[in-house]
Design a protein. Structure first.
Length: 148
């Protein structure tokens, strides 16, 4: 039997080919939390730290993955797109890139799914954090839209 993490990883690799180049793996895929990882080597920059674009991509994908996991749990299918995002790079990442997304407001997410079921489109904002050796390295907030 395929685990939720394996299923999400396969979906990401099929739907978003860039995930293969990043070396993305899904380390956790549950309605409470989605965690992604990628090795530093294919994502390294000229300063021997993680490339900002790779960090951004991993953050976007963590939010995308959270929505995919929640849609599957609700028995819904939708197209997921990032609409807008803000990112803060607080410190360099010098090891494995790791992104974590959780849903801070369960009521807002339930409302998001109800709106989608009613109108065929909905929007939600999700936070993603990435840790470095000295704590929080990247803070990301993405606005995602789902549509039929």
């Amino acid at each position: 039997m395929v685990s939720a993490a394996q299923a999400l990883e396969q979906l990401l690799h099929e739907e978003i080919p860039l995930t293969r180049a990043l070396g993305l793996t899904v380390t956790q895929a549950a309605p409470a939390r989605v965690c992604l990882a990628a090795p530093l080597a294919p994502n390294i920059n000229h300063k021997a730290t993680a490339f900002g674009g790779s960090l951004y991509a991993l953050a976007v994908l963590a939010g995308w993955g959270m929505i995919a996991v929640r849609l599957k749990a609700a028995g819904l299918q939708a197209h997921i797109v990032i609409q807008e995002a803000q990112i803060r790079y607080r410190q360099p990442v010098t090891d494995t890139l790791q992104a974590e997304c959780h849903v801070p407001d369960e009521a807002a997410f339930a409302r998001f799914l109800r709106i989608f079921a009613r109108h065929g489109k909905a929007r939600i904002s999700l936070p993603v954090t990435m840790r470095g050796t000295a704590g929080e390295a990247v803070v990301f907030h993405g606005d995602y839209v789902i549509h039929s």
